[in-house]
Design a protein around this ligand. Sequence first.
Ligand code: FE
Ligand code: FE
Ligand code: MG
Length: 164
Amino acid sequence: MGTKGREIVGMDVQKVIELLNKAFADEWLAYYQYWLGAKVVAGPMKDGVIAELMEHAADELRHADMLTTRIVQLGGTPLITPQDWFKYANCGYDAPQDPFVQKIVEQNIKGEQCAISVYHRIMQEVGMKDPVTYNLALQILEDEVEHEEDLQSLLEDLNVILKK
Ligand code: FE
Ligand code: FE
Ligand code: MG
């Protein structure tokens, strides 16, 4: 990043890079969880669920892209090996072992709720000390809030169909 651009970061730049790299690990795992979930999911309303899961997968990959851009701007290195994703992730990975639609949607709701906490915490930690990262986290947070809502309304519809 330009020297002036880095100079205005009023906190430990390494700390910001670490927060961003941890979120970066989450995004790759979220991407894969959605993508694989869309391939294996079975049950009622399957087509609508697949479309939603694939849309969210694309969003998570875009989030990974946004995060790397900022990591590189700050002079950092994005995690260079997938093994690191498990080491650094805040939210982990929920394997879609049970392909039943309700189960898959529930797993991804849990993931979104974790993501919401992660970006909220990043915003609280960097605050106005790093307005560029703050704004990045806000943009991603807005998507995660929408993801959670989309999945919860899908789950509501599913529960009506499944009468529970
Ligand atoms: Fe995301
Ligand atoms: Fe999401
Ligand atoms: Mg959606």
